[in-house]
Design a protein around this ligand. Sequence first.
Ligand code: DP6
Length: 329
Amino acid sequence: MTKEEYFNRFLPPHLQAKDSGQAYAPANIALSKYWGKRDAALNLPMNGSLSISLGALGTHTTVIAIDAPQDMMVLNGKNISPDSAFYRKTQAFIRLFRRGQTPSLLIESSNTIPTAAGLASSASGFAALTLALADLWQLDLDSRILSSFARIGSGSAARSLWHGFVKWQKGEAADGSDSYAMPITSDWQDLHIGLLEIDTAEKSVSSRDGMNHTVATSPLYAPWAACAEADLQTIEEAIANRDFHLLAQTAESNAFAMHASMMAARPALIYLQAESFRQIARIHALRAQGLPLYFTADAGPNLKLLYLAKDEAEVLAAFPHMVAINPFA
Ligand code: DP6
């Protein structure tokens, strides 16, 4: 099935447009990662994943019908050129929703994620855009369908429709209709996240290219996928039992397993930098001294620390530049 066919299955033949639509979606950090697709066009993952959303750090998006020859896009107050990759990717995604002739749109997005956090905004971006378009065109669709739409924009966006812990089940159906994310009920105020910037320069290999390369060439890919499914279950149990050590230790091990699968790709794919490893050694030294401090890392050099609220002052003393977050605030 193509993505056009998938959208056509759920959208009405004619859109009932309002003048504008708007939405907010939080960024998210995977505790058990998505790394590898079984279907590239539909963005279907090889394994399920589980994330925690970052509350007020995310993307606000407004879409307004305008009288203009083509769509206009403004990101963080700056006009985006129609020649840019961002414009083309966004427009290709919006085209999936459009039923024939719809008026041009002004798409205005702003990220509340500090640039210094070194955090990707594509997950919250595609989630906020999906919700804003659903608002504009008054789509009366189940949130599971909207999550699967956001997934087609960017896999991790499927999880950014909700706050708190979110699980994206890999699904079994060939059309991807059962590959969506749903929230896990929890109000774990003690669990805090720290964003530790190592390097915020744009990475040279995107997550998309990186995971495709890992699936195609890494002898450690199959063991990674099996490990990811087991870690997902362990983290769900840890959430149910509020077991911080089990959750954080599993998330850290899961990140190392994902990075190991990339490093074993041919040629190797290495996102962590020397400075990442220097800070990981500091985290491990603090932990050896008794501080319950763990980390995870995505397809980049930056670290996301996991710790308990009671230890925030101590963690900030060790990492003064860290951005501290209570995801359940
Ligand atoms: C390492 O969702 O950015 O952050 O589906 O190709 O757009 P595409 O990839 P993307 O990959 C995220 C990878 C990750 C792990 C995760 O968020 O689960």
